[in-house]
Design a protein around this ligand. Structure first.
Ligand code: CAO
Length: 425
């Protein structure tokens, strides 16, 4: 088996989550990812939410697998010179600094493309050009500005952010696609280009069904939203719809046996139109197949609360897994609400490589999410995240061709942080 991005070298100048999630995917497709980190401290997440004293955090290790780490003080003239040499040897530079930081380093797009005209510069920023373009942005800011928070949660509650990191990892995914597309175009043009992904844009892209609903509102109420059946009028903007399903097949989260003590004893149940008659059989309401109030999808919309109350009486008599087994025999779409504990113990996810256990010299073994995108001709086993500066000498020797004497000279300047470390010891 091959490695899809074999031969592609990425200068990974990213930190926190959005950028690292992108470069980790590229590493899993076989690219050589060189993570450039500030001497001494490195990516700030190494020390954030630390659960094992003296070991890199899971926040860091779960976002930086299969990468090499070099420490480089890019504000030191010699460090900057080394960085520029690396730019010459790399295909892509990925960064997610605050707006203007790369330019302040003297490495704006003009300079980078002078150094290496084939270079692809890929950036994550919070916002695109406009009133907020200079703002620093984290996950939840993007979820709020991209339309996710105003449309998530219950109508009578606060706007709600999702646990899924659609602002950070969602943008990282978008950026990865931009990078491989730019690499593909470079095959024809020989030129690099800038790839920019704003977190607000990525979230909005993932929320496009809500912009659809915003426009539908002009032509009448959103009949598949629970509030329609409840007789609650719609305002000018898309309301929060609780757990109503986003498409035209109404769905809800329903209680299952054990819900009184288990916060996740629930199932998502979809009343998909083609299997309506089977649903009526399962819940023992055969007359609903022909009753004009229930027989068609349109007729059912004003009665969703009543229908789901009846279905829930059935789901509450079964555990979520029993209900899954029964409903699947009828082809009725449904899904158990799985806790993170249940997911972490699911052997089928380990069998596919979606969950992987990795050994780490400082923290022992840990579980990480492997590559969720499976290619039949791409085999890159998940490797632990690098220690800070673990590959500094290796990269200077192998990528830049420097001998031990030249590396020692660079170290003397403090560009690699070695002097700082020695001073501290
Ligand atoms: N050597 C020397 N200096 C370095 C360095 C290195 N190896 N790596 C980074 N730096 C410097 C940068 O040059 C910058 O310096 P200046 O401010 O003097 O120009 C400085 O470190 C800090 O960079 P920053 O502003 O990006 O970092 P921050 O912690 O203040 O902000 C964040 C973090 C995430 C809010 C900001 O980077 C950002 O908005 N990024 C874009 C959006 C994004 O990706 N957000 C997702 C974060 S994940 O939730």
């Amino acid at each position: 088996m091959g490695k899809a991005l074999e031969g592609v070298r990425i200068l990974d100048f990213t930190h926190v989550q959005s950028g690292p999630s992108c470069t980790q995917l590229l590493a899993w497709f076989g690219a050589d990812v060189i993570k450039v980190e500030r001497p001494g401290e490195g990516d700030v997440t190494r020390g954030q939410l630390r659960d094992v004293a003296g070991a890199d955090s899971l926040y860091f290790t779960m976002l930086n697998a299969n990468k090499r780490s070099i420490t480089l003080d890019t504000k030191n003239p010699q460090g900057k010179a080394v960085l520029e040499e690396l730019v010459k040897k790399c295909d892509v530079l990925v960064e997610n600094f605050a707006p203007g930081a790369l330019e302040r380093m003297g490495l704006g797009w003009k300079r980078l493309s002078e150094i290496n005209p084939r270079l692809i510069l890929a950036s994550v920023k919070g916002f695109g050009p406009g009133p907020f373009e200079d703002c620093k942005v984290y996950e939840n800011v993007a979820q709020c500005a991209g339309g996710a928070a105003s449309t998530t949660g219950f109508r009578d509650g606060l706007p709600m952010v999702s646990a899924a990191q659609i602002g950070d990892s969602g943008t990282g995914l978008h950026l990865a696609l931009g990078i491989v597309t730019a690499l593909f175009q470079r095959e024809h043009t020989g030129r690099g280009q800038k790839v920019m992904c704003a977190m607000q844009d990525a979230v909005l892209n993932l929320c496009r069904v809500k912009l659809r609903d915003q426009q539908r509102l002009a032509n009448g109420p959103l009949r598949e939203y629970s509030q329609f059946g409840e007789g609650v009028p719609f305002g000018e903007t898309v309301p929060r719809a609780g757990n109503d399903s986003g498409g035209g097949q109404p769905g809800r989260i329903l209680r299952c046996k054990g819900w009184e003590n288990d916060p996740n004893a629930y199932i998502y149940f979809i009343t998909q139109a083609p299997v309506w008659e089977k649903i009526c059989d399962v819940i023992h309401e055969p007359e609903w197949k022909t009753d004009p109030n229930y027989a068609t999808p349109a007729a059912r919309l004003p009665h969703l609360n009543e229908i789901f109350t009846r279905i829930e009486a059935w789901t509450m008599a079964h555990t979520k897994f029993e209900a899954m087994d029964i409903l699947n025999t009828y082809d009725i779409p449904c899904g158990p609400i799985l806790s993170m504990k249940e997911i972490a113990e699911d052997t089928s996810l380990y069998a596919t490589g979606t969950l992987v256990e990795v050994q780490h010299p400082a923290r022992g073994s840990y579980v990480t999410v492997g590559n969720p995108i499976k290619l039949s001709d791409n085999d890159v086993p998940v490797e632990r995240a690098p220690l800070l500066g673990e590959h500094t000498d290796e990269i200077l020797g192998e990528v830049l061709g420097l001998d031990a004497e030249s590396i020692a000279v660079i170290k003397q300047t403090g560009a690699l942080g070695a002097l700082l470390r020695e001073a501290a010891e």
